[in-house]
Write a protein that binds this ligand. Structure first.
Ligand SMILES: [Fe+2]
Length: 306
């Protein structure tokens, strides 16, 4: 457990021993934890936290600023504003956790960040329905199939889809209890699905709080490339949380939350005004369309505590 691998600063043997002793005492304080997984997690975080503190030689002023940062993140957080998810996302911790928990399986669709804007209880828009629900944006026809890694159609898969509107905001960011640009539907007997959305556009993650300040101070952009969130759930299959990204987007290489996977980028074909739509809907302006086939991995019993 006590692997101290780096001491880049000039620290005397006496000082080194003092610091080692603190680590050992804190680790030992968890030895009596009856739950092995909790003990592993707590001793792991202590080991790495102390290694970090010692490696960077954290000053007391910096410690205070870190506490202030976390306090501010707590103060701005509520049911709608989830600053700690933003912090995890912008540090790549969300994507790393997703990578660990969604091991590659055949040609199963890759997973990406869940993000802070999913809301339970979205409306059932049905096959061919429209998730825009009045939000501003260019109409976008999304279609595809859901199948398993053996190539068999998955019928009745629940597809949750959500996205930002044309102004770059999710409904929950307006604070007026509106429901828009989100909904769910189910794949048909042949695994197919289709719905109307709006053409995704790039948007910044909320950056008026402590995470935004961190990005600004470190010279990073809060922008995310245009994307549509999609979650697919079906019995016997691993739940997929992913995005559909728009090919050609200017921010694909600099996503603030590191969510882009090449395999999730699709062409969104622009359709000129007057082009007939797949279901006969008539729009005055342009619309777009894309195809995104979903491949679900089988559900695997998770090894626990190993
Ligand atoms: Fe998003």
């Amino acid at each position: 457990m006590s692997e101290v691998t780096s001491q880049p600063h000039d620290v005397s043997a006496q000082q080194h021993a003092r610091e080692d002793e603190v680590v050992a005492r804190v680790l030992a304080s968890f030895d009596g934890c009856a739950e092995p997984r909790l003990r592993e997690l707590m001793q792991g975080v202590v080991t790495h936290l102390h290694a970090f503190l010692r490696e960077v030689r954290l000053t007391e002023q910096e410690w205070g600023e870190a506490i202030d940062f976390l306090t501010a993140a707590g103060h701005i957080t509520d049911d709608r504003r989830k600053e700690f998810i933003l912090l995890s996302d912008t540090l790549g911790a969300s994507m790393q956790t997703i990578a660990i928990n969604n091991e590659a399986h055949g040609d199963a669709t890759e997973a990406t960040v869940f993000g802070p804007f999913f809301v339970e209880g979205s409306p059932d828009v049905g096959t061919g329905g429209d998730i825009a629900l009045g939000a501003a944006g260019e109409p976008c026809w999304v279609e595809g199939t859901v199948r398993d890694t053996g190539g068999h159609p998955v019928a009745g898969a629940r597809l949750e889809v959500w996205e930002a509107d044309d102004d770059g905001f999710y409904d929950v960011q307006y604070g007026d209890d509106r429901t828009a640009t989100r909904g769910h539907l189910f794949s048909g007997a042949d695994g197919s699905y289709r719905f109307w959305a709006i053409t995704p556009t790039p948007y910044p993650i909320p950056h008026d709080g402590p995470v935004g300040k961190m990005l600004e101070l470190t010279g990073r952009s809060p922008m995310r490339p245009a994307h549509l969130h999609l979650m697919a759930q079906a019995p016997g299959h691993r739940t997929l949380v992913t995005h559909i990204f728009v090919r050609g987007d200017a921010f694909l290489d600099s996503d603030a939350v590191f969510g882009v996977k090449d395999s999730l980028i699709r062409d969104f074909h622009l359709q000129a005004p007057g082009t007939p739509t797949p279901d006969g809907r008539v729009f005055e302006g342009s619309w777009s369309r894309t195809v995104f086939d979903v491949v679900l991995a089988p559900e695997e019993p998770r090894a626990h505590g190993v």
